[in-house]
Structures are given as C-alpha cells and as structure tokens.
Write a protein that binds this ligand. Structure first.
Ligand SMILES: [Mn+2]
Length: 317
C-alpha cells in the first residue's frame, strides 16, 4: 500500500523490533536516511554486505552504529531504505517489510506492508518530511546525515530540484550544522586505485557519435559508477562502464542533463537490456545500473544501441 509521509508514524507504530535496512554498498543517502529514522523511531540500522567509501565516511562522522548483514529473522519488521529491488539487498528473504525509496523500480513494492516512493533527488528528502510531520527535533548528526544524502545524490546540487534545495535549507535552519563542515566529510581524496581505475576507463573508452550525441563505453575491473560519471564530465552525453566478475557483468550508466532532458531514461534502458539476458537493471533517468550473466562487450553494445535509439528518435521529431 502506498502511503504519504504524514501517515508513516501510524503505520510504523504498529511494530516493535524494527530494522532499517540499507542496500549493499550503502551510500550517504541510504546511511543518512536510515540513521535519521532509527534515531527518531528506535530500532536497528543495518546494511547488506558493505558501505561505499563515502557511506563509511558519513557513518564515522555521525557515529552511526551499523550492523553489517543483520539476520532478518531477528526482527519483527524491516524498512528497506533507498532501494526497491531484491538484488540490491543480496536477495535476503524479507517477511514483513516497508520501503522508503526514490528510485524508479517497483519489484519490492507489491508485497510491502506499506511504502513511500517518489521519483525525487534523494530518499533523505522523504525522511525529512516524515520527521517534520512529527515535529522531531533533529540534532547535528541527523542533520549531517540527511544533508549529505541530498548533497551526494544531487551530485553536489548540480541535479538538484527546488524540493532538494528547499529541504537542504530547512535542515540547516533546523540544526546548528554549518554547510561547509558538511562538505568536508565528503571531500576525502579518492584513493590511488580508484583514480587509476577512472583514468584507465577514460583512456580505454570507445566513443561513438549519433547526430550530435556522444556515447562513450568502457570496460574496467571496478568503480563502474565513478568511471561512467567521469566520462560524462569529460564531455560524453551518455557513458556506460562495465566490469565482469565470475561471469556476472555489472554495467553503470550515466547521462548528461541535456540527454535526460531530451527524454533519455537510463533506468528503462538498463531494465530492458538486463531483462533480455535474465538479469536486473534500473535506477534513475540519469544514473542507472544493471547486473546480468554475460560478456561486458555484449551489454555495452546493447546499452549504447538503446540509448542512441532513444536520443535520435526524439531529435528527429
Ligand atoms: Mn539514494
């Protein structure tokens, strides 16, 4: 059942022993959102498998007590944060659960006891609305968590909507947090292996031109997301970076604002390509990923073809 933020308290209030569960490679939006809800409603903050580097920096900065791979059966109720697909949860078996998320996927929604899902910049904005409705007084740690969720999911406000900007301002006003201090948590330099991976992704990339659109593809061993983002920063309209591990291929896609404005939806592209190979794909219009069994070159070709089709068909109209 879909609910609105105002109704969260009456629904969650029915349960004791709540686990707020973040997806694997939990990022600042997932950690900040789950931490805020756990502080406000009690319960446990859990993460499937691991935290991303920036997710870990945030968890350290706010002193979050994170349980890695919690056993689901120990909890009466699970609230899945910032994800709507099982694969993001390492296929854990959920019993009674809710979802709070801002992606375009829907796999987990139909069996949820209740869910809040809107296609906005960050989950943190939804959580802020929940807390505001119960007049919850946030402390500096909660403010930092929610703000960093918004900052990182908007690409430091480059893709921010009015709601994201307004929420960030409200969070700052409601706490003693200084914006500059918040940014410092995210400014840890990339480690050398990360930078090598991104530079290799750029130097090995293939670039194809479709009309005035440039689509870049590349194969790497790790850091697909930052590699695709770097290629867009360098001038590609759309970039796909793929890696393979034991036959399982993972592709991350990123698109420029112009490409998204032109109607490109990478979540659709990834979903369709993955589905044809029995895998999973989804995410946002401008940032999405897929996982499926097969060769990276095959997936990159399919992703490029579908993205180009979408961009060119709209340009000719
Ligand atoms: Mn998010």
């Amino acid at each position: 059942m879909q609910i609105i933020e105002q109704d969260f308290l009456s629904h969650i209030g029915k349960y004791k022993g709540i686990l707020f569960l973040c997806h694997r490679n939990a990022d600042p939006d997932a950690i900040g959102s789950a931490f805020a809800l756990q502080q406000a409603f009690g319960g446990t903050l859990g993460v499937v498998e691991d935290l991303s580097k920036s997710g870990q920096s945030l968890a350290d900065a706010i002193g979050a007590d994170v349980e890695i791979n919690p056993s689901i059966e120990d909890f009466e109720f699970v609230v899945v944060i910032d994800a709507s697909v099982n694969l993001q949860l390492g296929n854990v078996k959920l019993n009674k659960y809710a979802v709070i998320d801002h992606h375009l996927d829907d796999i987990l929604l139909k069996d949820a006891e209740f869910y809040i899902q809107r296609p906005i910049n960050s989950t943190a904005e939804i959580v802020w609305k929940i807390l505001k409705n119960i007049n919850f007084q946030i402390n500096e740690e909660i403010a930092l968590g929610l703000l960093l969720g918004i900052i990182s999911d908007t690409g430091r406000f480059r893709r921010a909507s009015p709601e994201a900007l307004r929420t960030a301002a409200e969070i700052l006003e409601a706490s003693d947090l200084i914006y500059e201090d918040a940014l410092r948590v995210l400014s840890a330099p990339m480690d050398v292996s990360h930078r090598i991976a991104v530079l290799k992704a750029a130097s090995r990339s293939d670039i194809e031109r479709f009309g005035n659109w440039l689509v870049a593809t590349t194969e790497i061993n790790a850091f697909e997301g930052s590699s695709a983002m770097a290629l867009v920063d360098l001038g590609a309209d759309v970039a796909f970076a793929a890696s393979a591990h034991n036959g399982l291929c993972r592709v991350s896609g990123r698109a420029s604002w112009e490409a998204v404005r032109n109607g490109l939806n990478l979540a659709d592209v990834m979903r369709e390509v993955a589905k044809a190979f029995g895998g999973w794909g989804g995410g946002h219009r401008g940032a999405a990923a897929l996982e499926a069994n097969g060769r990276p070159s095959v997936f990159l070709e399919e992703c490029r073809r579908k993205a180009a089709e979408s961009l060119i068909s709209r340009q000719e109209i």
